[in-house]
Design a protein around this ligand. Structure first.
Ligand code: AMP
Length: 312
């Protein structure tokens, strides 16, 4: 953290520290929840949060690698961690050219698992429902339950007016939006568009695992979405749009496809007949926009990407 800004940023590591800080925090409150290893995609969420909170408001950024959303075989211990670098990036993101913070306060809440789960594995859990059983939920059956558990806990602790989530994790956005709606959580969900590198790769903390060759191979994910979008623009059916992306990704070198799906972005109901997401219930009206979602392994790294596209 650079000296110039130290006084304008508060780092809270415990719940009493968080509450002492929030008691003094001015104005409306925006929250951005992250697992750290922050990049410009996270910075976009933080800027959007600052815009909404306003110059008198407070931005809370949480940095917590949540063990409950990792399965035993996943990369919990290896997940990149850099609290000092993260606080620096956040400070820079919210500092104006004149060296002032552009919001009333920036609070970074970086708890340990013991702070969030002081009694160990929680006894009362959030059931994220059918949307959590498909696509990401099919390969990671406990993932969204863990996400909802921590998101609801952090919303209860922080009581944000606005909560920012990236479209990069489209299924997470849909599930968290449904949780907030169904459990009457008093916050407004604000989605933020996917930040990409100039060559199209969606930014992700997990990109750090990729070798140079794998990084090039990983471009196939965003390219498959561009091709799907062209098919959508050409008026093709959802099945044909999905097949176009699947064919492209299947032949891409070094890419091991997990799924390619075309779904309603709010419900994750399947729009093609490929049964990769939830089946269409009777009376289901096809939405105006479709989400094409892809997941693939490049080397040992599992990557996801998606794009919203208008159907003809
Ligand atoms: P994570 O730290 O990966 O859990 O992500 C924290 C938040 O940042 C989530 O709401 C993500 O969807 C969002 N996010 C991560 N990467 C990007 C990106 N490239 N563009 C937009 N939002 C992102």
């Amino acid at each position: 953290m650079s000296d110039q800004h130290t006084s304008t940023v508060t780092l809270a590591r415990s719940i009493p520290e968080l509450h002492a800080t929030l008691d003094k925090a001015p104005g409306e409150r925006s929250v951005v929840m992250t697992m750290g290893a922050l990049h410009q995609g996270h910075a976009d969420l933080v800027r959007a949060a600052a815009d909404k909170a306003g110059t008198e408001g407070t931005v809370v950024v949480t940095i917590f690698v949540n063990p409950l959303q990792f399965a035993p075989n996943e990369d919990l211990d290896a997940y990149p961690r850099d609290l000092e670098g993260d606080v620096d990036l956040l400070t820079q993101t919210l500092t104006t050219e004149s060296g002032e913070l552009r919001v009333g306060a920036l609070v970074v809440f970086a708890p340990t698992p013991e702070v969030i789960y002081p009694h160990g594995e929680p006894q009362i859990t959030v059931n994220p429902g059918p949307m959590a059983t498909v696509l990401e939920g099919a390969t990671r059956p406990t993932h969204f339950g863990g996400v909802c558990q921590v998101v609801l806990s952090l919303m209860n602790l922080i009581q944000p007016t606005y909560s920012f989530f990236g479209r990069k994790d489209a299924q997470q956005l849909a599930i968290v939006s449904a949780m907030v709606r169904d459990l009457h959580v008093p916050t407004t969900i604000c989605p933020v568009d996917i930040r990409r590198d100039d060559d199209g790769l969606a930014l992700s903390s997990r990109n750090a695992y990729l070798s140079d060759e794998e990084r090039t191979q990983a471009l196939a994910l965003s390219q498959s979405l561009t091709i799907a979008e062209e098919a959508a623009r050409a008026g093709q059916t959802p099945s044909a749009i999905r097949q176009t992306a699947l064919d492209y990704l299947t032949q891409a070198p070094g890419v091991d496809v997990d799924y390619v799906a075309i779904v309603d972005p709010d419900t994750f109901i399947e729009l093609s007949d490929a049964a990769l997401a939830l089946p269409q219930p009777e009376g289901f009206q096809r939405p105006e926009y479709a989400l094409v979602a892809v997941a693939a392994r490049v080397g040992a790294t599992r990557l996801i990407d998606n794009r919203l596209m208008k159907l003809a």
